[in-house]
Design a protein around this ligand. Structure first.
Ligand SMILES: NC(=O)c1ccc[n+]([C@@H]2O[C@H](COP(=O)([O-])OP(=O)(O)OC[C@H]3O[C@@H](n4cnc5c(N)ncnc54)[C@H](O)[C@@H]3O)[C@@H](O)[C@H]2O)c1
Length: 273
């Protein structure tokens, strides 16, 4: 178990106030890591991190910071604050994204025919450019220190197309049915490309970069959606929110020291069917 140990190491998570960001934090805390939890929404971060702070006797192990991954100045600000504390971030998890919940909303999400460039660019700035900017800022420091791990959080939609039949609503014409937007597929597939690029770019500096592609997590979605999706998954169900802990611990620690540039698809087998 020694190779899983992250004692005295600082791990920074983006979008840490969200459903999975909170779980990544718990997973890393459980293997001894110090945490820098960041999110655009600081109030939500403070509120949602209470469970983690309670679990941790030594408050100095957890730092909460506001950071907008789509804004270079905001990232630089965080880098400066961390430098002042003499902290070296040896693990970065690029987790922040706009995660469109199509099953909960019929009108907001556009079909290809109604493609909206502004929305597309907004999502790309967070989910893709944000991961690139954080990788550059923190990866450069890691490369100088000759050590580091970058983990991008993608989705099973990095390897399969969304099955739009999951989102169909009764009483809506076929041409108006809600769909998962194309932006999500492009961003999540793009993260795999970013992973490969970064993994070789700093390979000689001992900086590894991998990607985790989770399947859908159960989170109070409507029952029809859940039933439809479960039928597409060999495991017969969606993931529980804590089922990625083991993967996070493996991918962020030395236990995966010979893994680099890979996209680990953890989706209950959905993409195999
Ligand atoms: N939940 C799932 O079922 C699922 C499945 C596969 C992949 N994923 C991926 O996992 C990651 C986390 O998903 P989640 O379900 O926890 O999402 P979430 O919406 O619960 O959390 C995302 C967090 O990102 C933050 N955020 C938004 N814009 C930001 C910005 N500009 N800068 C910094 N933070 C910003 C939000 O405030 C939010 O706290 C995402 O990349 C998502 O695509 C989620």
């Amino acid at each position: 178990m020694k190779k899983f140990d992250l004692t005295n190491q600082y791990c920074l998570i983006t979008g840490a106030a969200g459903l999975l960001g909170n779980e990544h934090a718990l997973a890393l805390l459980n293997i001894g890591a110090n945490l820098i939890l960041t999110d655009l929404n600081y109030a939500k971060l403070k509120k949602n991190s209470q469970n983690i702070i309670k679990k941790n006797a030594n408050k100095n192990k957890i730092i909460l910071l506001k950071m907008d991954v789509s804004d270079e100045n905001s990232i630089e600000n965080v880098v400066q604050k961390i430098n002042k504390k003499n902290i070296f971030v040896s693990v970065l998890i690029n987790n922040a994204a706009l995660n469109p919940k199509v099953e909960k909303n019929t009108e907001k999400f556009t079909r290809l025919e109604h493609f909206n460039t502004k929305d597309f660019l907004k999502e790309c700035k967070i989910g893709l450019l944000g991961a690139l900017l954080c990788s550059i800022k923190f990866g450069t420091i890691m490369a100088k220190k000759n050590r580091g791990v970058i983990l991008n959080i993608s989705s099973d939609l990095s390897v399969i197309s969304p099955d739009q039949r999951l989102y169909t609503k009764k009483g809506i014409k076929a041409n108006n049915q809600p769909v998962k937007p194309v932006s999500y597929s492009i961003i999540k597939s793009g993260l795999v490309g970013l992973t490969r690029y970064v993994s070789t770019y700093w390979a000689d500096k001992n900086v590894r970069c991998n990607c985790l592609s989770p399947g859908g997590v159960e989170n109070n979605q409507n029952i029809i959606f859940k039933k439809r999706l479960s039928k597409l998954i060999p495991a017969g169900r969606m993931a529980k929110k804590d089922e990625y802990h083991g993967a996070i611990q493996f991918l962020c620690s030395d236990s995966s020291s010979y893994l680099n540039g890979q996209n680990i698809v953890m989706d209950g087998g959905r993409s195999v069917w």
